[in-house]
Design a protein around this ligand. Structure first.
Ligand code: UGA
Length: 446
């Protein structure tokens, strides 16, 4: 039976690890998920999640109750349990822009120290091309120290899930990418994913390095689309065109596609900017030029600074005594994640210019407070309307749908200025204009 329950272990109870563990348990397998932070393990055992993600909390609890998923802080236990060992730990950016592999290598060492027999290792973390081979080497070194040399398969099985849609993306994948030189391991991965596959949801077996590159390629391709749209948006402004109408016209071409084409005040999050940096770093290490990738990074940096520039155009360079309302702190709606959020960059820049910032986010307030610290001049408001009180300008940075639902009069009555800078083209400019407010989007005629 292709889907007979298997004993699996996942290293890392972060976004990718937890989603992988819970979804594989849901498919009927027996999972141990291990994390090096004991506090996180305790929290998960109590039924809590370390971050917000729709459907994931319920799924984790259900699978724990069913006895298919348990959490541990013992790598030894996980290695003993799992025939397949998934590595899903963090790969943050190091000071030089490279992906930091310390956590990955710690897991590799632990696997090598504790392997009680043959094992297969699957990389879920986003890692530079060639890391799979380094991990295999590292595990073998540990085995050699123990005087053993069991068979060791290694595969790359990158994750393409989006925050906020993570469970759905795992269970309804557009494709499953798996790379390895071990045919048996590829078959095992295909069998694990079999219930999720169909003609429209294929399993793409390839070599290890190609699978590793696939992940970066996908994210920089997405980043490139956004940067190009952002540049077209600014051109549209100059030329008196409207990027939202242009987007409709573009997205109808199936070669282009309608998704991921929204211009805005820059992309952020824990993946797109980081993966772009890491790939540029890999290229630089090879001595290879990447003018396209460099341009994406430069373009996005400029877009992230755009709203600050526009506030200054309206109010002057010095913002002492000015009050600015900021709507949205998360890097995108439906998450409390503020990593590389364009909103935090804006808040910091405005505060540095002396402004009073009144910010509101439906979910990311606590995370933003933690990331920003107690900064003088920063007030985290309890509601979108409270953030507007006596503000000279409203700046929308994250397009939470509830912002667009507030009546225009409520905005006008609370603001003391009239300008609304809409970094995501989320608000209805005509409705705002009707009550005397001036709406300025990105890439739209003003
Ligand atoms: C991204 C990719 O979309 C996933 O496919 C990938 O698996 C994931 O990174 C990862 O590597 O783990 P995510 O970071 O959750 O997912 O966020 P996105 O939904 O891609 O949004 C990224 C940024 O682009 C946000 O700041 C968002 O506001 C911006 N964006 C997105 C736009 O400006 N316009 C759009 O049309 C779409």
């Amino acid at each position: 039976d292709r889907t007979a329950p298997r004993r699996l272990a996942v290293f890392g109870a972060g976004y990718v690890g937890l989603v992988t563990a819970a979804c594989l348990a849901w498919l009927g397998h027996e999972l141990v998920c291990v994390d090096s932070q004991p506090e996180r393990v305790r929290q998960l055992r109590r039924g809590g999640l370390p971050f917000h993600e729709p459907m994931l909390g319920e799924l984790v609890q259900e699978q724990m109750r069913a006895g298919r998923l348990r959490f541990s802080s013992s790598a030894e236990e996980a290695v003993a349990h799992g025939e397949l060992l998934f590595i899903a730990v963090g790969t943050p950016t190091a000071a030089d822009g490279a992906a930091e592999l310390a956590q990955v290598m710690q897991v590799a060492d632990a696997i090598g120290r504790h392997m009680p027999g043959p094992r297969q290792v699957v990389m879920k973390s986003t890692v530079p091309v060639g890391t799979g081979e380094r991990v295999r080497q590292r595990i073998r070194e540990q085995l050699a120290l123990r005087g053993v040399s069991w068979p060791l398969g290694i595969a790359s099985n990158p994750e393409f899930l989006r925050e906020g849609l993570a469970v759905q993306d795992f269970l309804r994948p557009e494709r499953v990418v798996a790379g390895s030189d071990d045919a048996g391991l590829l078959e095992a991965l295909r069998a694990l994913h079999a219930p999720l596959l169909s003609d429209r949801r294929p399993f793409l077996a390839m070599d290890l390095r190609s699978a590793e590159l696939c992940k970066y390629a996908a994210n920089v391709m997405l980043a490139a689309r956004l940067s190009l749209m952002n540049e077209l948006a600014l051109l549209a402004e100059g030329l008196g065109a409207d990027i939202e109408q242009v987007r409709e016209g573009l997205g109808r071409d199936p070669r282009i596609g309608a998704q991921f084409l929204r211009a805005g005040c820059g992309f952020g999050g824990s993946c797109l900017p980081k993966d772009l940096r890491a790939l540029r770093h890999s290229a630089a290490a090879l001595g290879q030029a990447t003018p396209m990738l460099d341009a994406i990074a430069a373009s996005n940096e400029r877009m992230v600074g755009l709203l600050e520039t526009r506030v200054c155009e309206a109010l002057g360079e010095l913002l002492d005594g000015r009050r600015i309302a900021v709507w949205g702190l998360a890097f995108k709606p439906h998450t409390d994640d503020v990593r590389e959020s364009p909103a935090l960059a804006l808040v910091r820049a405005l505060l540095a210019r002396g402004a009073q910032v009144q910010a509101y986010d439906p979910m990311a307030g606590p995370a933003a407070r933690e990331a920003l610290g107690e900064l003088p001049g920063l007030h985290l408001a309890g509601s979108a309307l409270e953030a507007l009180q006596q503000a000279d300008v409203l700046v929308l940075v994250t397009d939470w749908p509830q912002f667009a639902e507030l009546p225009a009069e409520a905005l006008r009555d609370r603001l003391r200025g009239t300008l609304v800078l809409d970094g995501r083209n989320a608000l209805d400019g005509a409705r705002l204009a009707a009550v005397g407010l001036q709406h300025r989007g990105i890439g739209r005629a003003t």
